[in-house]
Each structure stands twice: as structure tokens, then as C-alpha cells.
Design a protein around this ligand. Structure first.
Ligand code: 6CS
Length: 350
């Protein structure tokens, strides 16, 4: 209870401090910032420095500061500095911060349709195609609208890498998951996906995963390779399964009122900078995941288990009821978004 009050107080203080940053342009109206001193926008993301989200944020910062000749400055805050993922979504929604990267786990209860990306074996296994799809499928326009209804203007979607299971035991078929306590992000669809395999999904905040693995409070976790490396999960896990069952998808969003306060010209600059960051991150995340896999192989004892196509097929079959769960739980629009995406997946992969 005391912890909750303290976190609430901290967030409130942050709201007062941070609302000062982006308010100049909003209060003074559009062109003001173009003729006055630089204005600072706060950009929070859910990962540590050097991660995929951090690289995206730094690229956006570089691009927007160049495009506005320094009239706009970006302060980037990695996870922990403004609370965890859920705290950041709150700050973004109420306009205390202007920009942020969220993942489906953090936004899942607010924008339920976004749980789509928590379904397994949905996006193409070719990363370039997955990247194209999350940026161009018509399903995404409908999903973006759902974000807007919750005060978030989506500026970009980007895959961060394939998600892999790590564990204190080898997992090669759904039965191996029976009773396995797997740490996941907090999303009903992520939980349901693991329940289809018989696992016991356990939501724990990202920054507590290492210690929970170390203390054997959980048996494993799931994340892209770059995260498994930078969070040092390989130190406290015996196996990493190259399972590729889902792609971790990040969302770059702006507070909607902040977005509406910008001039048409500024919006164009922001969109162009976001597009630059989105194009850049595809190669950057592929490189980061590849080099960090090598680093894990060199620096850890963890056994790496590559699932065969036949093994993956068994997991895919077992996971399909989670799609019905998603549609039944979230309704018609969610069903339509899923259908549209699946149609585009079929087109892009044929
Ligand atoms: O597992 C998580 O909670 C986190 N994983 C990544 C790769 N990014 C942020 C997120 O919170």
C-alpha cells in the first residue's frame, strides 16, 4: 500500500515537472517555437540504454533535431527513470510526456485490440515482411484508431526481434510446458497463449525478471535475443529455445493533444523523423539480435536449442485456440483487425 502511495506521489511530481517541457508550443500556439528558444519534448521508452527502443529513440532525436534546426530538443528516458512500462503509458496518456515507445504488454488492457501481437505464429517468419506488414497493412489503420481513442497518436510500428523462450529445462514440444512457470508481460492474450501449452504464465515487471529467475520463483521467460543478452537472463537460465513463435512489436506514439497542438509543418517533420527511425530500426534490430546471439554463445554456458519446423508446427497447432479467445474477449473490431491482418499475411507470404 505504502509503495503504491509513493509511486503515485512520484508520478504526480513527474507530471508537474514534465508538463513544463512540452507546453511552450502548445500554449503559445503553432509557429511560436519556430521563432523562440528550443522547446524540449520528453521521450520515454521501456528498455535500457543501447536496446532496440533506445536506438529508435536516439535516431528519432537525431532526425527531428536536424529537421527543426535545433528548435526542438528531445530528452530520452529509458525504462526505470520514469517508472515501468505501465507508468509510462499513464504519463503519455495524460500528456505529462509527449512521446513514447510502448509494447503490447503495457497497452494491452487499455487498447485490447493490440493484444493481436501477443498471438503466436501470426506474423510472417521473414522479418522484412513482418516489418512491411506492421507498417502497411490496412489492419493497422484500424488499430491506430483504437490508440487514438485512448489519447495516443501512433507514429510508427516496428518489430524488435523474434521472441525466444529461456528456461531451466529444455522445451521442444507443448507438453514440456506443463506446469512451467513462464514470466510474461501482463496481457490476457499472452497468458492465454501460454495456457494453450499447459504453462503457468506469471506476469512480473521487466526489471524484476532477473532476480525472479535467480531465486527460482519462475522457471523461464520470453523475450527477443537482444533483451536476453542485455538483461543478462543468460546468466540464470540453462536453455534458450530458438522458438520464433512471435515477434516483439514496439509502437511509437505521441500524446494526442500534444500532436494536435503542432503546426502542419511540424507534424510533417515529426512524421518524417519517425519514418526515418522506423526504416533505420529494421537493420539495426536485426544486427543487434544477431551480434548478441553470438555474444551469448561466446560468454555463456546456456544451451541453445533450435526448434525444427515440425516442432514449431506442433506449437502452432496448440496455440490456435488463443485466436478464438482474442476475438471472443475483445469483440467484432478485434475480429476484423485479426482477419485483415491474416489476409495481408497470406498475400505477403504467398
Ligand atoms: O519483457 C518485457 O517486459 C520487456 N521486453 C522488452 C524487449 N522490451 C520492453 C518490455 O517491457
Amino acid at each position: 500500500m505504502l509503495k503504491k502511495i509513493l509511486v503515485g506521489f512520484l508520478l504526480l511530481t513527474l507530471v508537474f515537472v514534465l508538463t513544463g517541457c512540452g507546453s511552450e508550443e502548445e500554449a503559445a500556439g503553432d509557429g511560436a517555437a519556430e521563432t523562440q528558444e528550443a522547446i524540449t519534448w520528453t521521450f520515454a521508452h521501456e528498455e535500457v540504454q543501447g536496446s532496440v527502443q533506445d536506438r529508435y529513440a536516439q535516431k528519432f532525436k537525431e532526425a527531428i533535431e536536424a529537421k527543426t534546426d535545433g528548435a526542438v530538443k528531445i530528452d530520452v528516458y529509458p525504462v526505470g527513470q520514469l517508472g515501468d512500462g505501465a507508468n509510462q503509458v499513464e504519463l503519455l496518456q495524460n500528456g505529462a510526456i509527449q512521446l513514447g515507445i510502448n509494447n503490447p504488454g503495457s497497452v494491452g488492457t487499455l487498447v485490447p485490440e493490440t493484444n493481436l501481437f501477443s498471438l503466436h505464429f501470426l506474423l510472417p517468419s521473414d522479418m522484412d515482411k513482418a516489418h512491411e506488414l506492421v507498417n502497411n497493412s490496412e489492419a493497422m489503420e484500424m488499430l491506430n484508431q483504437k490508440y487514438l481513442e485512448k489519447n495516443m497518436k501512433v507514429l510508427g510500428w516496428f518489430p524488435e526481434g523474434y521472441q525466444m523462450w529461456t528456461g531451466n529445462k529444455k522445451i521442444t514440444e507443448p507438453a514440456d510446458f506443463e506446469g512451467f512457470k513462464i514470466r510474461t508481460m501482463a496481457s490476457p492474450v499472452i497468458s492465454e497463449s501460454y495456457k494453450t501449452y499447459g504453462a503457468d504464465p506469471t506476469p512480473i515487471p521487466y526489471m524484476e525478471v532477473y532476480s525472479s529467475l535467480q531465486l527460482n520463483m519462475i522457471d523461464g521467460q520470453v523475450n527477443p535475443i537482444f533483451a536476453i543478452e542485455e538483461m543478462k537472463f543468460y546468466e540464470v537460465q540453462d536453455y534458450m529455445m530458438l522458438s520464433n513463435q512471435a515477434i516483439f512489436v514496439g509502437t511509437f506514439v505521441a500524446n494526442d493533444l500534444f500532436w494536435d497542438s503542432l503546426s502542419a509543418a511540424r507534424k510533417e517533420q515529426v512524421k518524417a523523423a519517425a519514418d526515418e527511425a522506423t526504416a533505420y530500426i529494421l537493420g539495426a534490430q536485426k544486427d543487434l539480435n544477431a551480434t548478441r546471439l553470438e555474444s551469448i554463445k561466446e560468454n555463456s554456458e546456456m544451451e541453445i536449442v533450435e526448434l525444427t519446423p515440425a516442432q514449431r508446427e506442433k506449437f502452432k497447432e496448440a496455440s490456435l485456440p488463443a485466436r478464438e479467445f482474442y476475438v471472443e474477449k475483445y469483440g467484432e473490431d478485434a475480429g476484423e483487425i485479426l482477419e485483415m491482418l491474416l489476409e495481408d499475411v497470406a498475400k505477403i507470404t504467398k
